[in-house]
Design a protein around this ligand. Structure first.
Ligand code: THU
Length: 133
């Protein structure tokens, strides 16, 4: 099974798939599944700026489009060329809380090699969920 460093390396590689001509801020993400499969994503921007899609959401949707369910996911790595580790935006936190397990590991990283391990409960406490509907 892939370890933390290997998953971060996959997310780092996925940055090359980023389409970010407006921000020039490439974000790569990788989702590790229980069966060992890894699904990557990168941010995809648009001239109509609000339509930009983040790398971590693309990675989660990629896993989902390959038939993976919340309980099949083990870890998520996110990498950007940021000064501190790349922390997901609020929209991504909400999507992670919907599609990624509470006990799943989330690895935030940058190109300098800084890493921080967290989870969705820490990133989005008191989240709105299906139980609130
Ligand atoms: N972005 C991500 O893909 N993930 C993050 O965690 C932070 C922000 C993207 C959105 C946009 O394409 C660019 O980075 C600058 O905000």
């Amino acid at each position: 099974m892939m370890n933390k460093e290997e998953l971060i390396a996959k997310a780092r590689e996925a940055r090359s798939l980023s389409y970010s001509p407006y921000s020039h801020f490439a974000v790569g993400a990788a989702v590790l599944c229980r069966d060992g499969e890894v699904y990557v994503g990168a941010n995809v921007e648009n001239a109509s700026y609000p339509l930009c899609m983040c790398g971590e959401r693309n990675a989660l949707y990629n896993a989902m489009m390959h038939g993976k369910k919340k309980e099949d996911l083990l870890a998520l790595a996110i990498v950007a060329d940021s000064d501190r580790v790349c922390s997901p935006c609020g929209a991504c936190r909400q999507v992670i809380s919907e599609l990624f397990p509470t006990e799943g590991k989330i690895y935030l990283a940058n190109l300098k090699g800084d890493t921080q391990e967290t989870n969705i409960a820490e990133l989005l406490p008191f989240a709105f969920s299906e139980e609130d509907l």
